[in-house]
Design a binder for this molecule. Structure first.
Ligand SMILES: [Fe+2]
Ligand SMILES: [Fe+2]
Length: 159
C-alpha cells in the first residue's frame, strides 16, 4: 500500500538527514587547506549535525528514555552526540589551513558513520518495538518541525 507523506515514521524522517550527514562528511574529508569548498562543506555538515541532534534528542531519545527498555540505547546515543559536538567544537577552533584539521575531520567522519550505522541497524529496531505506531508518526512531525527550526537558526545565538 502506498504511503502518504504524513504517514512517515520518525525513523524514515531521521534517515533523510543521515544521508545528508554521510554525503557532507565524505565530501569534507576530500577537501584540502583553507578552501571555499572546505569552509562550505564544514558549515553544511555542522548545521546538519546540530539541527538533527537537537531534534533527535528531543523527539526520539527523550520519549525513549521514559521506558526502561530504552534507557541504555538512549545513554549510548547521547554520549555519541556529545562526542560529535566536541569534535565539531575542536574543528571550529582550529584554523582551516592547520595540518591537524583534516585528521580531526576524518575522526568526526568516522564517528558520524559509526553512529548512523548503529542507529539504523540497532537503535531504531529496538526503538521500533518500544514506541507505539501512532507515536512514531507524531514524533516524525514534531522532529521535522524542530529540525527545520534549528537548521535555520544562528548557532551562536543559543549560548
Ligand atoms: Fe540520527
Ligand atoms: Fe543520533
Amino acid at each position: 500500500m502506498p504511503k502518504s507523506d504524513n504517514a512517515l515514521t520518525i525513523f524514515e524522517v531521521l534517515r533523510e538527514s543521515h544521508e545528508k550527514q554521510r554525503s557532507f562528511s565524505e565530501k569534507l574529508i576530500k577537501t584540502s587547506g583553507d578552501s571555499p569548498e572546505r569552509r562550505e562543506l564544514f558549515e553544511l555538515l555542522k548545521n546538519e549535525l546540530f539541527a538533527h541532534a537537537v531534534a533527535e534528542d528531543r523527539y526520539l531519545y527523550i520519549p525513549l528514555m521514559m521506558s526502561d527498555a530504552g534507557l541504555n540505547i538512549t545513554r549510548h546515543a547521547l554520549s555519541e552526540h556529545h562526542e560529535m559536538d566536541e569534535l565539531l567544537e575542536k574543528l571550529t577552533e582550529t584554523e582551516f589551513s592547520h595540518t591537524g584539521w583534516l585528521s580531526l575531520a576524518k575522526k568526526l567522519s568516522h564517528v558520524v558513520h559509526h553512529h548512523l550505522e548503529e542507529e539504523e541497524h540497532r537503535f531504531f529496531q529496538q526503538a521500533g518495538k518500544i514506541l507505539p505506531d501512532q507515536q512514531k508518526k507524531e514524533l516524525a512531525q514534531q522532529y521535522h518541525a524542530e529540525y527545520v527550526k534549528y537548521l535555520n537558526k544562528d548557532k551562536d545565538s543559543l549560548t
